[in-house]
Write a protein that binds this ligand. Structure first.
Ligand code: AMP
Length: 170
């Protein structure tokens, strides 16, 4: 299935110079949304996977559906200060400044193998931080699942150790 028609380009959002990849047309099209989740689930079928980590915010939309489909625990990774229980966190550099993502302390069982889900792989900073958080918590990264990869930003380079599954490449 060609997913490109369901990704809308929004120039200069959220700031000038950024071409935002809006996935809401895809979410509004059940055949496209279910295709994405089915393809992701098929990629991991037969592999040892213990859970699905979903990155705030659009990663939640895909990650929740994937966890449901795979019948695996869903673990949210959130921006700083959003999770109510004890957390573990990791910070990562942005173009200007830094950001922090957090997970509940009991989100991962040591040794568990997880898939990390997000909508877009850009520079790879967010995914890299999520991988570090999993590894610091004693988990293992079984794979990275994305709807799309902005290949011109070379995010893959810093994540070379991991299996990256992306349905679209730009
Ligand atoms: P990065 O850490 O640079 O790989 O950026 C990935 C994160 O930022 C993901 O959570 C994406 O949702 C978001 N993101 C980065 N670039 C874009 C884009 N062009 N369109 C939509 N989301 C983006």
């Amino acid at each position: 299935m060609d997913l490109q028609p369901y990704i809308r380009d929004i120039p200069d959002f959220p700031r000038p110079g950024v071409m935002f990849k809006d996935i809401t047309p895809l979410l509004q099209t059940p055949a496209a949304f279910s295709y994405v989740i089915d393809q992701m689930a098929a990629h991991y079928k037969g592999r040892a996977i213990d859970g699905v980590l979903a990155i705030e915010a659009r990663g939640f939309l895909l990650g929740a559906a994937l966890a449901y489909k795979m019948e695996k625990p869903l673990i949210p990774l959130r921006k700083r200060g959003k999770l109510p229980f004890h957390t573990v966190s990791v910070s990562y550099a942005l173009e200007y400044g830094s950001d922090t993502i957090e997970m509940h302390q009991d989100g991962l069982v040591a040794g568990h193998r997880v898939v990390i889900v997000d909508d877009v792989l850009a520079t790879g900073g967010t995914m890299g931080a999520a991988c570090r958080l999993v590894e610091q918590s004693g988990g293992k990264v079984a794979g990275l699942a994305l709807l799309m990869e902005l290949a011109f930003l070379n995010g893959r380079q810093s994540l070379a150790a991991h299996d990256i599954f992306a349905l679209l490449k730009y």
